[in-house]
Design a binder for this molecule. Structure first.
Ligand SMILES: [Zn+2]
Length: 207
């Protein structure tokens, strides 16, 4: 499981989702969670460099520092018992949109993958703080992904692969939405009935 954490971190970094060593990933463990370390380039990330913390975010080994966003991860595991993984990125389009402090609206039915009819943007709080963790947990009520104002993206999932896939989809949607706006086009939003139908279609495909 943690082997795939290294692979996933490297994959997201290769996609340009983790510029300047930003972003962080974790998976839940029986004792708490295992998270990417602070300040290590993803290309140098190994299994041994991952940091296991208790549920409060205290590392079991004093020799390693967890990612500076460990509070975000600890808070989300506490708030969302169904979450088995947390993926935080600074992917370019979603991060750009987060700087407008706007949600991704229902211009495309794929927003439903995050659990609701939009992908909200959490209220701004300084990176690495308990406030940021709380604002993210609030924005994620009824959702599995949100933007973090002037910062990036966080996605949770029932597996690492689900959280990673969702973080990728958030970037994809943000990129499409920004392209529409950049072209000067007015996106036509899906209405409630259309979103309901799309939701039923997802359900019938077992997603
Ligand atoms: Zn960040």
């Amino acid at each position: 499981m943690s082997g795939s954490l290294v692979t996933a971190a490297r994959r997201l970094d290769a996609l340009g989702f983790m510029p300047s060593k930003s972003g962080n990933l974790s998976v839940r463990t029986p004792r708490g969670f295992r998270i990417t370390p602070a300040g290590l380039p993803y290309a140098e990330l190994t299994e041994d460099a991952l940091v296991e913390c208790d549920a409060d975010g205290v590392p079991f080994s004093a020799s390693r520092r967890p990612s500076s966003e460990w509070r975000l991860h600890a808070t989300l595991y506490a708030a969302r018992p169904e979450a088995e993984a947390v993926v935080h990125t600074h992917s370019p389009s979603a991060t750009a949109l987060s700087c407008a402090r706007q949600p991704i609206p229902p211009f495309h039915y794929m927003v439903l993958l995050a659990g609701g009819t939009d992908i909200p943007c959490a209220r701004h709080a300084t990176f690495g703080t308990e406030d940021l963790a709380v604002e993210a947990a609030v924005a994620l009520v009824g959702r599995r992904a949100c933007l973090l104002a002037n910062h990036g993206v966080v996605a949770i999932g029932a597996s690492l692969s689900a959280a990673e896939t969702l973080a990728m989809e958030v970037e994809n949607l943000a990129s499409q939405y920004l392209a529409l706006l950049a072209a000067g086009l007015q996106p036509v939003m899906l209405d409630e009935a259309e979103l309901d139908e799309a939701r039923m279609q997802f359900d019938s495909y077992g997603r």
